[in-house]
Ligand binder design. Sequence first.
Ligand SMILES: Cc1ncc(COP(=O)(O)O)c(C=O)c1O
Length: 270
Amino acid sequence: GVDHLRHTLNVEKNAFSRGLPEWGVHLAEDLERLAQLHDGHNIAAVIVEPVPGSAGIIPPPKGYLERLREICDQYGILLIFDEVINAFGRVGASFGAERLGVMPDMINLAKGLTNGVIPMGAVLVRDGIYEAFMDGPTQMIELFHGYTYSGHPVAAAAGCAALDVYKEEGSFEQARSLEGHFEEALHSLGDHPLVTDVRNFGLMGGVDLASREGAFGMRGLETHKRLFWEEDLVVRNSADLLQFSPFLNARPEDISKTFEKVRKVLDSID
Ligand SMILES: Cc1ncc(COP(=O)(O)O)c(C=O)c1O
């Protein structure tokens, strides 16, 4: 079976936080409660996205991931980080785990692994997990899972090339150096009358718009469309949340211009 931990977004407590919010570490105790309910030793794994992206750009409360790690250690639960979005520079380091200083037992990866252009996924595991698969007969494949496109050579080449470019261009350091400017530019929208929350971590930023009465998501969609058609800008919206993830090698002036355009559009919609 699967149980869910509550998400950690709380706009009443944490609105307009910059980076990791102060409030919410106690939400990790959801895991302790589940451990009490099921006996923690029966729980195989906990899967979390260190900084949830598509779910709403939700930087984890300070201490939250550390507390999950502690509880997992206490009961022998594997901690799995879904880093499909976070890894490869998005949070100013190779991995969210690295940036946030919490070591999971497994990390799953995709997107930035090939610069997002060729489909490829990967799973990183701790030594102990790896070794568990390595004690079978030597003539057998250790972890047999033969998919049609496993180890696809084009994807593998794209992966190797992306890693080379990240290293040669210092993309993760570049992303990290843009964070301050990105944070300022993003939070400059905080005084707009339609904006109810702004939150950010690394080069991930979320701007909540107040929903129109009886038309949830319409204001976000209109903003997205106007930015696209009138301002040549692609800004993802998820209902009334605008989600920003600029290029790792964006120029500061590109970022400034982005938010000028967003303000212009917000000023012109009702
Ligand atoms: C955090 C996260 N995990 C997993 C996925 C799904 O990845 P895939 O399509 O590679 O299975 C996504 C897709 O956007 C994602 O954002």
